[in-house]
Structure formats: C-alpha cells, structure tokens
Design a protein around this ligand. Structure first.
Ligand SMILES: Nc1nc2c(ncn2[C@@H]2O[C@H](COP(=O)(O)OP(=O)(O)OP(=O)(O)O)[C@@H](O)[C@H]2O)c(=O)[nH]1
Length: 461
C-alpha cells in the first residue's frame, strides 16, 4: 500500500478535535455538578417557619413540618445503598449510550489513518474492536433487560468496561508506528476517550477503573512491543500519566456525583413527606374531630364554590339544616359520652343517605348542614324527608337504646342572594319546624305542596 505524506489540514483537524474533547468533557462535568441539589441541611428550614410575611403556619402544620424535616438525617444515613444502586443503573444506561456512539470514534480513527496505515492493519483493528464491541453491547442489553441490579450484574458491567478499554487499547497494536504525526493524533484520541469515559462511568467509578486499567495496559503493551514508533516510550509514559491523573480526579468527581444522587433522592423523599404531612394537616383543619364530617371552615369554602358555579353555570343548589330534637335530654339523662356517640351515629347515618357529591358538615353542637349541588327546592325537600323518616324509623344506638328525631330546614340559593342570607333562611326554617312540633321538614320559601308528603307551609322570610 502506498503510504502518503500527512496532510496538514487533517493534522490540524485531528489535533483540534482531540484536544477539544477533554476540555468539553470537563465543562460538561462541572455543569452537571452545579445542577445537582445543594446540601439539604443548609436550607433555611427554621427561617422559613419563622417568616412573618404572608404565611402564618398553624401549630399542627409546624409540628408535621418539623417531624418531616427531622427525618433528613436518617434519610441521608440510610440512602447510601439506594444511591449506589441508582448510580449503577445510571452508569449502565450511560455506558450503552457511549457504546452506541463508539463507531463515531472508530470512523474518526479510520479517517486519520486512511492512506497512512496499511489497509490490512486498519481492517484488523476495526474487526477486533467491532467484535468486542458487539459482545459488550449484547451483554449490556441483557443487563438492562434484567433491571441492572448492582449486586447481580456488577461483574458483567466490569467485563463490559474492560472490553471497552481493550478495544481502544488495541489501536496501538495495529495503527501506531506508521506516521509520527498520526501517532500523536492517536494518542490524543486515546486521551479523549479516557476523558469521555470519566463522565460515562461517573456514577460507578470502579467500572471506570476496569476500563482505563485495561486500556492503559493494552495500549502501553502495544506501544512497547508491537508498534515501531520511535516515540513509543514517550507515548506510553504520557498516556500512563494522563490516565493516572484522570483516574485520580475522576474519583473526587464520582464522589460528588454520588452525593448529588443521594441528596436528590433524600430531597424527593422529603418533598413527598412534606406533601403528605401538609395534606393531613389540611384535612385535619377541614374536618370535625368528633364526627369525621366537614367542619364550618370547609363548609364556607364549599358554599363559595357553589355560589361561583351558580353564577357561571346557572346551577341551582340547596341546603338542608338538620337539628336533632331534644338532644339536651340525651346528654342530661345518659351523659355526654352517649351524646357524642349519638352525634357520631347520626353523622354516619346521614352520610350514608346522601349522594357521593353531596356535602355534609357539622354546623355546630347537634346541628348538621348538607349542601346538595345542582338540586332545586323540590328535590331537596324530598331528600330531607327521606332523611327525616330514616332517622325516625330505627334507633341510632342499641346500647343504650337511643332513638332520635330531627327537624330539617331547607333553602335554595337564589340569584343575587348571599351565603349568610341562605343560611339564615334555612336556620329560620329549622326554627319553624321546631316550633310546629319538631320531627318535620320545612322549606324556607313559598312552595306548592308536593306529592312526596313533605309538610310544606308558607314560610316567608
Ligand atoms: N355530647 C355532646 N353534646 C353537645 C355537643 N355539642 C353541643 N352539645 C349539646 O347539645 C345540646 C343542644 O341543646 P339545645 O340547643 O337546647 O337543643 P335540644 O336539646 O336539641 O332541643 P331542640 O333543639 O329545641 O330540640 C346542648 O346541651 C349542648 O351542650 C357535643 O359535641 N357533644
């Protein structure tokens, strides 16, 4: 084969590329480290709680918050194994990506060598490297398919890394010794590959040591025994120093990457804990502790939503105000504990009698309020009557046997009415029901009598 003289443009391109790669890698790694979250412990959690502007945390919120934050330490201690497993699988994915782009590196090497290295040598190197590469990719694919578990697949990944280093190291056996400039370019290319791999194997650095260890051993052996390069010893020394230094620095980088993964995991866990603590606190703040139904606060919000819906979508809604009759007697005769049981049983019975979309709140004492969305007065009266009958029909408690009745006032939201007016009208309807004998349903407006048998009386507010 006719070996041509080196072309200066090719030399320049090769040198520029091979020197730019390590620099670009270092920039990429630095960016990566900056992107990882900062130390969680340095975040001003307590300052956040102490901030007066715009946010006044309630005591249960502070308690839940502190509890979640206090778990940071235990999270950071216990998640090392999780970070290791995550780092391993991240490395496997990065390695597959790197291997799929390896042919780009080969093409570059072939381009540099074309016309300067005998074709047979180029083909021999390419064939060996491609064979090793295909085997590695196959193994890696199997590892990924099996879920890449560090305890199971550790040695397989080390083998793949070693073969990766072997393929590149072989280049010195086949391609070096034909042209001094080309030799230098190939050395720069090997340094570039080493540098790229510092990032590829960043989250599982022991595999990186396998890769560069084999790459160094094979390439130094190739330089010293197989190549005819006059600078073989210099190249071997240079390559050795470069790879050793890269290995040394990549260890620190890998440690920080792992710390980043660890903190990212802890951060996610903490955020989830805080979210659920917050949800619990929000739920606690909106429910009545005794009956488990919504409280006044939640009721106010729900009524506001309904008013908005009514304004936008012209959907009518009605409310039922329920007051247990002679409840004081129960307390007086059977005690407050039984009174509480009655309230609980009443709430349970009431809830069971409603649609899932209906809203049931304890309004205070022995009073409950039900909101029936998209319900006009006629239907609301029927619902109220059904509830009244159900309560009156069977006892709420068996031991002691307690049977109660309930008086119910019904009112429907009208356009332009306020929530306070709506509640006042329902309250007046209950008052009317109590005054006319209890255990009955009263509407708050004039309404024609219904076939349901509900006792409708003119009740003008
Ligand atoms: N056990 C118990 N009793 C409560 C609770 N909240 C309010 N009460 C009592 O409920 C009773 C309500 O009594 P009243 O307002 O006189 O009403 P009533 O006895 O039901 O009479 P009418 O409503 O006129 O039929 C009071 O004795 C309150 O102390 C509670 O959470 N548990």
């Amino acid at each position: 084969m006719n070996i041509k003289n080196p072309r200066s443009s090719l030399e320049n391109a090769g040198f520029c590329f091979c020197s730019a790669v390590p620099a670009a890698q270092q920039i990429a790694i630095s960016r990566l480290l900056v992107c990882y979250p900062r130390q969680l412990n340095q975040l001003p959690w307590d300052n956040f709680l102490a901030q007066p502007a715009g946010f006044t945390p309630s005591p249960p919120f502070i308690q839940a918050y502190r509890q979640a934050v206090s778990t940071i330490d235990s999270i950071s201690q216990s998640d090392t194994a999780i970070a290791r497993a995550k780092g391993f699988s991240e490395c496997v994915i990065a390695l597959r990506r790197a291997l799929t782009t390896t042919p780009v590196g080969w093409s570059l090497a072939v381009w540099f060598c074309w016309g300067r290295v005998p074709l047979g040598s180029i083909v021999s190197w390419l064939a060996t490297a491609a064979f090793v590469w295909a085997g590695s990719l196959f193994v890696l694919q199997r590892v990924i398919g099996a879920g890449s578990k560090v305890d199971v697949h550790r040695s397989w990944v080390h083998w793949v890394a070693a073969l990766d280093g072997f393929g590149w190291g072989l280049s010195t056996w086949f391609l070096v010794g034909y042209d001094p400039v080309l030799d230098a370019i190939l050395m720069a290319l090997l340094c570039g590959v080493t540098s790229i791999n510092a990032q590829v194997y960043g989250t599982y650095v022991s595999a990186y040591y396998s890769q560069i260890g084999v790459q160094l051993a094979v390439s130094v052996l190739g330089l010293l025994t197989a190549s005819n390069s006059p600078s073989a010893l210099d190249f071997a020394a240079g390559l050795g120093v470069f790879i050793a230094l890269t290995a040394y620095y990549s260890r620190a980088i890998a440690q920080r990457l792992m710390e980043g993964i660890r903190l990212q995991y802890a951060n996610g866990l903490l955020a989830a804990q805080l979210r659920s603590a917050l949800q619990k606190v929000e739920l606690d703040a909106a429910t009545d502790a005794l009956t488990g139904q919504w409280n006044r606060r939640a009721l106010d919000n729900f009524l506001k939503q309904q008013v908005e819906l009514q304004t936008v979508a012209y959907q009518p809604f009605s409310i039922l105000m329920l007051d247990i009759d002679f409840f004081k007697q129960i307390n007086d005769e059977l005690g407050h504990m039984v009174g509480d049981d009655v309230l609980r049983a009443f709430a349970h019975r009431l809830r069971a009698d409603l649609r899932p979309g209906d809203f049931c709140a304890r309004f205070g004492g022995e009073e409950f309020l039900v909101v029936l969305p998209q319900t006009a007065l006629g239907v609301a009266l029927e619902v109220a009557e059904r509830i009244r009958k159900g309560i009156a029909q069977s006892p709420l408690l068996e031991k002691p046997r307690v049977q109660v009745t309930v008086s119910i006032g019904v009112s429907t939201m009208e356009q332009g009415q306020s929530i306070a007016e709506l509640l006042a009208r329902a309250d007046a309807a209950v008052y009317h029901a109590k005054n006319t004998g209890r255990n009955q349903v009263r509407p708050s407006v004039n309404m024609p009598a219904q076939a349901s048998g509900v006792a409708h009386q003119d009740f003008l507010m």
